[in-house]
Every structure is written in C-alpha cells, then in structure tokens.
Design a protein around this ligand. Sequence first.
Ligand code: COA
Length: 260
Amino acid sequence: MSYNNIISESNNGITTITINRPSKLNALNKATIQELHDALDAANKDANTKVIIVTGSGEKAFVAGADISEFAHFDVANGGKLAAKGQELLFDFVENLSTPVIAAVNGFALGGGLELAMACHFRVASDNARMGLPETSLGVIPGYGGTQRLPQLVGKGRAMELVMTAGMIDANQALAYGLVNHVTTQEELLPLAEKIASKIMRNSSVAIKGAIKAVNANFKDGVDGFQVEIEEFGNCFGTEDFTEGTTAFLEKRKADFPGK
Ligand code: COA
C-alpha cells in the first residue's frame, strides 16, 4: 500500500510506521489518521509482523498534536465528531490491536501526539522528547483519550496538573512518572525499540494477544478483568503454542512457537 503522510516498512518481524510530515512536526491531520489506521490494520493482519513500532520522522517531533489548522473553525457538533471518529479510527484501535505496538517517542509528543503514544501498548523515548497535553491553552480539552489514559499511566494528580497547566515534561520526568519505560539517545531510540521487540518475538504471539486483551480489560468500564483473564488463560490450553512452549521447557530446549 502506498501512503502520502506515513512510511510503513517491515523487516525481520517488525513493522515500523513513521509519521512523515516533518514540516508540520508530524501533526495528525485527517488523512494521516486514516493512513495510520490502514497501516496498523494491515500490519496487524500480516502474519509476518510480530511487533509494530510507531515513530515520527525528523529529529524534532514524534507528533506535535492534532492538526490545529483543520479544526480551528469547527462548531460543537463537528468538534464532537472529530474526537469520536479519531478515537474509533486510531486511538482505541491501536490500544486494542492484538499485535504489540511500541511508541518510539523521538521528540515533541503533544496533544494528539502524546495521546497516540499513550494508546500504544508502551513507550520508549529519546532524551530530547518533550511531552504534554497543551489543549487547554487552545481552549479545548484533550479529545483523543488523553483525559482517560494519562491518569491511568501517571495518576490523577499528575494528569490534572499536566492538563490544567498545559505544560510539558521532559523525557526524564516522563520516565519518573512511568509515562515512558526507557529513555535513551536519539540514535539509540529505534535500536532500543527493536531490541525490546526482538525479546517479545521470542514468545508466543497467541499468548501475547490474550495478555493484551486481559490487561486492557482492567481499564474497560463494566468488564470484569479477572474473568477475561480466566477465559484467555483457559484458551491458551487449546493452542499449539502452549503445547510447544511446555514441551520445549520439559525437553530443555528453546521453544519454536508456530503462532497458532
Ligand atoms: N497543528 C498544525 N500545525 C502544527 C502543529 C499542530 N499541532 N504543530 C506544529 N505545527 C506546524 C507549525 O504551524 C509550523 O508550520 P509553518 O512552518 O507552516 O508555520 C511547523 O509545524 C513548525 O512548527 P513551529 O511552531 O514553527 O516550531 P517550533 O519549534 O517553534 O515550536 C512547538 C514547536 C511544538 C512548541 C509548536 O509547534 C507548538 O506549540 N505546536 C502546537 C502544539 C499543540 O498545541 N498541540 C496540541 C494540538 S490539539
């Protein structure tokens, strides 16, 4: 598939999706959100893709937010639709993918950019990264899940302060908050994400799919996460990966998972 605003490349089990509008600091316009949806969907359906990495092009930004020029003239109805459509197409979508998605935050991750990083399964950052939800400085609130995922990741008080001040935190502060798992240099960012991806790839992709579903269930209203865990745990016993994993352990060899 060919894209105008992103680049999607697959290598050794990893599909790297790079948001590629550096002159606009990779701001998420409608077309980019649709392309990200399509590329993530394709990667998730591709049996050869075991891990997806999402990053931004250029040295300055992961994503500097939703494209302000596209919604500056919106009314109440259009504002609501913008948030609903974006959440459905990209933010909820990425969170619920069965393939692990790592955000490699390589610079500014603001507004929709931080919301995209937070919707990914976990985050690593380069030391020049700056993160925040500046929406209240524009007269709006975060609309792509930021008011929900930021408190889940950093706690309510820190989230409230970040949203109310519209301030930015640097990579080390984000690390201390638990918003990102690792911080490294710009040059080492993708190699680090790939190293983590290669560790993930050694394990059963079917089990990982179940684990993502069970962990996510903890954050869904009206869903009993413990019950989802019980179901997903039970399902594992019917998979070829389970037979291979347990047999390999007993035979004192490395498992070679068929991913079924
Ligand atoms: N939407 C649309 N365009 C954006 C954008 C966004 N969220 N963020 C940056 N851009 C554009 C700028 O308009 C500029 O375009 P231009 O060269 O055609 O004028 C280009 O990207 C470069 O940005 P610039 O502001 O000149 O870079 P900077 O280094 O001076 O500042 C930021 C960097 C990130 C601090 C600044 O761009 C910024 O505050 N962006 C908006 C962040 C935001 O509020 N995001 C939440 C949106 S809901």
